[in-house]
Design a protein around this ligand. Sequence first.
Ligand SMILES: Nc1ncnc2c1ncn2[C@@H]1O[C@H](COP(=O)(O)OP(=O)(O)OP(=O)(O)O)[C@@H](O)[C@H]1O
Length: 363
Amino acid sequence: MDTSAGAGGLIHFRWQSVRHLEAGSIDPHHQLNVFQGANAAGKTSLLEAVHFLARSRSFITHRTARLIRSGESEALVSGRISAHGSVHRLGVQHGQGETRVRLDGRDVTVLSESAWLLPLQVLNTEAQRLLTDGPAVRRGFLNWGVFHVEPLYRDEWRRYQRALRQRNAALRSGDHRLASAWEPDMVEAAESVDARRRRFLDAVIPAALSVAHEWLPDVTLDWRYRSGWRAGEALGTILADARGQEITQGFSLHGPHRADFRVITNGVEATTFLSRGQQKLLVAAIKLALIGYWSAASTQRPVMLVDDLPAELDRGHRADLVHRLEASGAQVFLTAIEGDLLPVAGDARWFHVEHGGISTTDG
Ligand SMILES: Nc1ncnc2c1ncn2[C@@H]1O[C@H](COP(=O)(O)OP(=O)(O)OP(=O)(O)O)[C@@H](O)[C@H]1O
């Protein structure tokens, strides 16, 4: 670890045996990095490699093994990251079914320790799952969102999950007394998890909807949060009342593990009303608001990976999204087949991607 922290974010990045990519390295710009190249050149693979460094897994398949270049036995990424006023060395290696993470010369066993350094979001075709998929995806968004600004959240969420697991085990064995013994712990952790989630959403979603409103002026936008238990009632009472039924089911039906939030457009679910391009804009607005919140609330520079930004967006929305990304305070990695579709206004580093090789260009 050294103290030449500079502007923050990923200041050096190196990869080996990742998908289609030739082994290589780059020194990313602290604000905007554009990767342009033809189909199958390796642009997405580069973003995937950055994701692998930050989160120790692939963002595409959730099957990290596929990240390894065909014919090789392990993939390796490493980087120097400026965060919290210092520079950290992070390396992630995947091979033989195992992922090994090293931070500043020591092994890391808890993912959140290394993930903490690079608060990261992805905007790609999968990102629309935030709107289209079930609540688990939105809870994941909530958990990462809160985790990066409220360090205590991770412990409270873990404490809740532990109490929930224990209560579920007691329910499955039909043990009322043991199930009830775990409830006070569950309730205490649930209340603080819920309070932090509400605070986070109250800051992020209205900001997101105000940007979305500029992009979609004819759409009425609203949002709702469900804590996971009946509004206005104490979770402790709900758990006690539900215990008999839950013993039959074998799991807990109420609590923040059932939380969700939804964006409502013209009175109905966003996904039933918006076009694909409009959904992309709405998700982009949510992610922009999140990285804005992270930038303002913590000392790390967030990283935003945007795959094929021009796809599905008209010229006006494309330009506005690029400008907002440039002003977001994040370190942005953008890919595009044709760079001239991206009206970049400020300082940026441009890279040409061809047959898995990456070289800097002057734009
Ligand atoms: N594990 C792997 N080993 C070697 N090559 C791989 C591996 N996984 C994928 N590829 C190849 O990498 C190429 C895809 O690269 P990538 O998705 O990064 O391209 P891209 O530049 O983002 O393309 P597009 O603009 O078409 O989305 C494909 O040719 C694919 O067959």
